[in-house]
Design a protein around this ligand. Sequence first.
Ligand code: SF4
Length: 318
Amino acid sequence: MFDEKDLILEAKHVTRRFPAAKGKVLTACNDVNLKFYKGKTLGLVGESGCGKSTFMRFLVSLDKPSEGEIIYRGQDITKLKGEKLRQNRQNIQMVFQDPATSFNPKMKIRDVICEPLLNFKRIKPSEKKEKAKELLEMVELPGEFEDRFMHNMSGGQRQRVAIARALALEPEIIVMDEATSALDVSVQKTIIELITKLQREKGITIGFICHDLGLIQSFAHQVAVMYLGNIVEVMPGEDIGENCRHPYSKALLASVFDIKMDFTKKIESIDSEIPSPLDMPPGCPFCDRCDQCMEICKQEHPVLKEIAPGHEVACHLY
Ligand code: SF4
């Protein structure tokens, strides 16, 4: 489905454990294997606290896994230190959910956008104003906004500034962590249109974390569904809907609100609470909530199996 020569970054057997009280261990990511391809978007979906942000933080070297490798340009970036680690940050940038809290409110927009360029000595301080204007126009904002502060802008405009800053260093990959979740639906749409346009123009690879399968369906080339730190399904973007197979993916999809839905019918939701990651069932992590759970599901942890080109499912039904 994707050409392996376009493989740009690969997570191999990535696991992250955190020590918890009473000698327990919390496994936030469990043996995660994912591939990112040039110019494509991989959407990572799942409920809050499922480990998606923990995983994406490894890509931008904000944390290191307990085990596993993240291979980018032939090297394991989890092993990078010092200047090599610093230099690598230029290649993979991140956009957070709320730019208002990610940046110093006393900085003007030109300083926010140009800070990474100055840190890597890509521009001189005297070039800041012009460069900020150019980058603002790239994200379809007026160049004069370079003289504003974040608090003088709307949520959508702030997120455009965050995208301009992330793209200032011309990274190959950007990771967007719930970057549209705090925005109105109409603004969300314009931001998605902007990033897909920039992706087409610049060939950027995007890792997009989201809890909304409906939103991710509209633009991701590849979607991975995460449940309690485990990847339970990976599929081509166009397969969400009719072709998703894992009971958890189906339940997520059934709970998506749609303007055309029949509100006289019961809205589907997943019964019962998500179990504590400190008290994981020994077999399938979803077995306590799955209405198709079988005896084997309680004993054996299902592993990802390919059921169609580019489509893998971790479920004993397949
Ligand atoms: Fe349900 Fe069993 Fe599949 Fe887990 S492995 S999702 S419990 S059917």
